[in-house]
Design a protein around this ligand. Structure first.
Ligand SMILES: [Zn+2]
Length: 200
């Protein structure tokens, strides 16, 4: 599935042509402003372009991605994206989306990543230790890792709730936006919505 670099440019030309053919004003409208309803916080994995899985167009998803979709309250990059999404774009939904068969989750669980990546995913290792008794009951290792993917997404929504941006926004207006925890199943292409109603 390796694409040649030159195909990126030729594909781009064809895509832009087809968009203009179906709607001559498409790019004029797109270049004026963005008004997305959704902030997507997802994994950097190349199999995770959420716009493809949700058939959304440019202008509909505001995006922050990093390895294993971490929400760190000290990550100025994520916090800036969150601030802009909530206070300027006024998105209606914030979606934290992980996926099954995540390399970051596997590396954290097996403690196999070194250097900066190892440091980045260390909170997932801590999470695996925290939930060790639950995870140990799952015999199949892939299923165990997939459960850890779910626990990770839930934990990241909890972290999201702790940020000043979200706490401040909730004081100003409850119900302005909703937070969602999703895990994408790469083997089916389907989104699994997790229940996070109890998270405060
Ligand atoms: Zn991943």
């Amino acid at each position: 599935m390796s694409l040649e670099y030159s195909h990126l440019i030729s594909n781009n030309r064809k895509w832009a042509e087809s968009k203009k053919d179906s709607n001559p004003d498409y790019f004029n409208t797109l270049s004026l402003r963005q008004q997305p309803n959704f902030l997507y916080i997802g994994c950097s994995d190349s199999r995770m372009p959420l716009d493809t899985y949700t058939s959304t167009e440019p202008g509909e998803l505001f995006v922050h991605r990093n390895i294993a979709n971490q929400v760190s309250v000290t990550d100025i990059n994520l916090l800036s994206v969150l601030d802009y999404a909530v206070n300027v774009l006024r998105v209606k939904h914030i979606i934290v989306c992980g996926h099954y068969d995540c390399g970051g989750i596997r590396a954290a669980y097996q403690n196999s990543a070194a250097g900066l990546v190892g440091n980045w995913i260390s909170p997932i290792r801590d999470l695996a230790i925290e939930f060790q008794s639950e995870l140990d009951k799952i015999e199949d290792e892939n299923q165990r890792l997939n459960r850890l993917s779910e626990l990770n997404v839930i934990r990241q929504t909890e972290n999201l709730m702790k940020t000043y941006v979200i706490q401040d926004a909730l004081q100003k207006c409850t119900g302005c936006f909703e937070i969602h925890a999703w895990v994408l199943d790469l083997s089916t292409g389907l989104i699994n919505e997790l229940d996070i109603r109890d998270i405060k």
